[in-house]
Design a protein around this ligand. Structure first.
Ligand code: SAM
Ligand code: SF4
Length: 379
């Protein structure tokens, strides 16, 4: 490992300043890149464990009341065929997850805040918990409060605090809500200017989630129009300041039917977005050694080995998609989103073979909560 890097690493991770992070994001020195990645991987093994956690991803609906300027399923995109999985389909996917040994699932959808939707999620959470209990998920799968069953992460956008409470009580215990861009000006540049899309509301939701007791995950898109390396360096410091438990970040990929696509020619090349994404993973691991960091699906659009590269840079979570292929193709966030090419089961895939070759165990039958969550609750 590069000597100067060793000197600034402490047992608790990296103590960087904005200038150092910016320099590391902009460097074209391959040896430095390799040193950062190697240091991050070593720190991940030490502080987050050697294994990879799995979450079975269900894209339960593409209906959305919002209009984020980058997202292919934004409400105003009339070209999308809208769908909603039935309760039976969702419960079936829960069973499939348990059978595959995925002790954790993620329910993701466009944002809706109407009562019908909220109540349906509450009901579904309870049913998913009881199904998984009957199916007897293996391993030490215990909720921090002692209950068992599938570990459930939600990614259902901003909600009122009482709704977050209701869903927590019904069985969810992790929540993913990306800040998308931690700089308020950049946030506003990539969202419509209205009361539904404010930075303040997003931040308040992250705070509410933490107060309710969730393990909180956030993240950003990398390579957005108008975004600089300074923005990304500040994103890393934002994650640290927010003391997050989990992070999912990945490259921005234009969707042709969105307002932001008009700036596609101005964004970094796919190679650079991939490199920046991998470096962001490595730097975040150095900053926050014991959190969970996802190797996100969008990385696979830029390179067939995108997820593998993220794992080598310190990511420790993958989210195989359980959604059936028909609906998956309508959960069309960005152009080239992996569809049939990505298997629900990681068994017998190039990805599994890569992990085996590198002696990286896949931890089936474990919830895979972040060590950071337990550490901050001990303090
Ligand atoms: N509606 C919820 C929300 O926004 O938090 C959850 C679903 S949303 C589709 C999940 C994530 O997709 C967003 O947080 C965003 O970062 C990502 N996403 C949307 N459009 C994208 C694009 N064009 N490129 C990369 N990621 C994108
Ligand atoms: Fe809706 Fe989420 Fe897409 Fe925004 S990112 S338009 S909230 S699905």
């Amino acid at each position: 490992m590069n000597q100067s890097l060793l000197q600034i690493l402490t047992p608790a991770g990296l103590i960087p300043d904005l200038e150092t992070l910016k320099a590391w994001l902009t460097t074209t020195d391959n040896r430095l890149h390799e040193s950062l990645v190697a240091a991050a991987f070593a720190l991940k093994n030490q502080q987050a464990g050697p294994g990879i956690f799995l979450r079975g991803l269900m894209e339960i609906s593409n209906h959305c009341q919002k209009n984020c300027l980058y997202c292919g399923i934004r409400g105003k995109n009339a070209t999308v065929a809208r769908y909603e999985l039935s309760d039976e389909e969702i419960l079936h996917l829960g069973q499939k997850a348990a059978q595959l040994g995925y002790a954790s699932i993620v329910l993701q959808a466009g944002e809706r805040q109407d009562n019908k939707f909220v109540l349906r999620i509450t009901k579904l959470l309870k049913s998913l918990k009881s199904i998984s209990l009957r199916d007897g998920v293996r391993g030490g799968v215990r909720r921090p409060d002692g209950s068992a069953g599938l570990g459930i992460t939600l990614s259902l956008g901003e909600q009122k605090k009482e709704i977050f409470e209701e869903w927590y009580a019904a069985g969810a215990h992790r929540y993913l809500l990306r800040i998308e861009a931690s700089d308020p000006d950049l946030y506003h540049q990539i969202h419509p200017q209205d009361a539904l899309h404010t930075y303040e509301r997003r931040i308040q939701s992250l705070r509410d989630l933490r107060e309710v007791g969730y393990q909180v995950g956030t993240g950003v898109m990398i390579g957005l129009p108008f975004q600089t390396e300074e923005h990304l360096a500040k994103d890393l410091l934002f994650f640290k300041k927010m003391d997050i438990d989990m992070c999912g970040m990945g490259p921005y990929i234009p969707h042709h039917d969105t307002p932001l696509a008009q700036y596609a020619a101005s964004i970094p090349s796919p190679e650079r977005r991939l490199e920046l994404s991998i470096r962001m993973v490595a730097l975040l691991r150095l900053l926050m050694p014991d959190i969970n960091i996802a190797a996100t699906t969008a990385l696979q659009v830029l390179s067939a080995q995108g997820r593998e590269q993220a794992i080598e840079a310190g990511a420790n979570v993958v989210m195989p998609n359980l959604t059936d292929l028909l609906h998956r193709s309508n959960y069309d966030l960005y152009d080239g989103k992996p569809g049939a090419a990505v298997d629900a089961d990681v068994e017998d895939t190039d990805f599994a073979r890569y992990l085996a070759q590198k002696n990286i165990p896949i931890l089936r039958g474990e919830w895979g909560d972040s060590n950071h969550y337990f550490a901050r609750n001990r303090d």
